[in-house]
Ligand binder design. Structure first.
Ligand code: 5RP
Length: 236
């Protein structure tokens, strides 16, 4: 499954593989989105096919749903599963309090809904995602297409009074067209550089009309499985 991997892919793979230890027979499992989560889905698929592991997977994006089906995992909707035992997902940044920035792949809304509906959220990441303070990675915010420029202006105005360093925002594009999420929304990326009070920012953003959800995951993650390019794994 792995062949010859670059150090970064090896780090992602070993974190993903170790995180499958959290999955037991009969569990309902939230399946994250992104390149690291894709390794985890492939590992779980191998366990289903070769060890007879029986799980129900709830994917956080159409991409992950397709991959899960391709590797032999039974896919069910969140509403069918109702509640999940564990969700395993990647992240763009994590800090010492296990707070996260997510949404680099544009799936933050479904990822947050699924993680919140789980007994445990386990994040898998290469060590390069570990930061002292969140914010170097642009913060994704999912907004409805109607009046998105007005929502963008409101966000930029509000950032002036927040504990952040940068204030510029950009509409995420997919070639010449705005990126569309699975829910038919757009993503604004907030270039904040340093987020002093992530909890407050997350609350303020979600109070704005036009904002559907933001990529700050505060007090949602239970553990981060960190992979290194030399094959080591540490759990935070
Ligand atoms: C998708 C996400 C991903 O988990 C995040 O972007 C990390 O991706 P990768 O594992 O490819 O670095 O939040 O919305």
């Amino acid at each position: 499954m792995t062949g010859e991997l670059s150090p970064i892919d090896k780090a992602k793979f070993v974190a993903a593989k170790r995180a499958t230890d959290y999955v037991e027979d009969g569990m309902r499992v939230g399946l994250g989105t992104g390149s690291t989560a894709a390794w985890m889905v492939r590992c779980l698929g191998e366990m289903v096919r070769e060890q007879g592991l029986r799980i129900k997977g709830v994917p956080t994006s159409t991409r992950t749903a397709q991959l899960a089906q391709d590797v032999g995992i039974e896919v069910v909707s969140l509403d069918a599963a109702k509640w999940l035992d564990v969700t395993i997902d990647g992240a763009d940044e994590f800090d010492g309090n296990l707070n996260l920035i997510k949404g680099g792949g544009g799936a933050l809304l479904q990822e947050k809904i699924v993680a919140t509906a789980s007994d445990q959220m386990i994040v898998i990441a290469d060590v390069g995602k570990e930061v002292e303070t969140l914010g170097a990675f642009p913060l994704p915010v999912e907004v409805v297409p109607f009046g998105w420029q007005t929502t963008q202006a409101l966000i930029e105005e509000t950032l002036v009074s927040m504990d952040v360093l940068g204030r510029s925002t950009t509409l995420r594009m997919n070639g010449a067209a705005p990126f569309m999420t699975d829910e038919g929304n757009h993503i604004l990326d907030l270039h904040l550089k340093r987020i002093g009070d992530a909890r407050q920012l997350a609350m303020v953003l979600n109070q704005m009309p036009g904002v559907v959800e933001n990529g700050l995951f505060i007090d949602i993650c239970d553990a981060v499985v960190v992979g290194f390019g030399d094959g080591r794994v540490e759990v935070r």
